[in-house]
Design a protein around this ligand. Sequence first.
Ligand SMILES: C[S@@+](CC[C@H](N)C(=O)[O-])C[C@H]1O[C@@H](n2cnc3c(N)ncnc32)[C@H](O)[C@@H]1O
Length: 274
Amino acid sequence: MSKRLKELHEEITQRLRGVVESPRREAELLLMGFLEKDILYFITHQEDMIDDNDPKLIEWIERRSANVPLEYLTNRVSFYSETFYIDEGALIPRPETEHLIDEIVARISSKEAITIVEVGVGSGIISIMLARHLPNARFIAVDISPKALAVARRNIELFNLTNRIELREGDLLSCVDEPIDLLVSNPPYIANDVSLESNLSYEPQNALFGGEIGDEIIRRLLDEVYARQIPMFVCEMGFDQRTKVQEYLKSFSVQSLEFYKDLASLDRGFILKI
Ligand SMILES: C[S@@+](CC[C@H](N)C(=O)[O-])C[C@H]1O[C@@H](n2cnc3c(N)ncnc32)[C@H](O)[C@@H]1O
């Protein structure tokens, strides 16, 4: 059976009521994703007949009604004005991570031929965007999750960066012996006992939870920075982890430690030089 686009929009909106925050908008996004059309098309084709028995559409509506993030249905995610492949093997990139890239690009000249290591590459967005901004840098990108590495590999191929970003599977820096000029990470930093909104349950839990307190992986990375004398470390963190980072670094010698904020003016990360 077929239905007018506007009727289908209304029907999906009703299905999503009580599940997602903005059901009308979410229904619109789902339909645009399904039809592979933009908002202009959506507004101007409200009378178009759509096959509402399409198995893919039925599946998407069912999974979205169970609060599966739309990005995992469409296998597409926007980050830094680019479109990346995504699936349930990797964390959905968050807009606040764009700040981490800006902070690095503001400090490193595009001429520098340095080795940058990313820990926790996930979908690959950080290393890929940095590689595009810093054409002379070489990248080693690590993740403990083979599923995340498969997503990163796909995106690295999509952006033609296989010759510049080397992927490795391992725990933090265990698989990296080379000297590192810059370490970058958006590690898992949520405390294990924090209960999260239901849509987050579809994301890889080892991408979200950082330990009992939350900052355990950040502290392990700080230990690595000093053990290997990595001159610069740029790291995303939770909005409430600034004091913990400062406290932890009290026993180390620090050349400079700067914190940066996200658009909501919350502490979101730091740049450490040793
Ligand atoms: C918050 S996600 C970040 C993903 C991506 N870089 C981004 O910013 O969207 C953290 C990533 O760290 C990885 N991870 C967790 N523990 C790790 C460990 N001990 N060693 C290496 N990677 C780890 C997870 O698999 C996940 O892909």
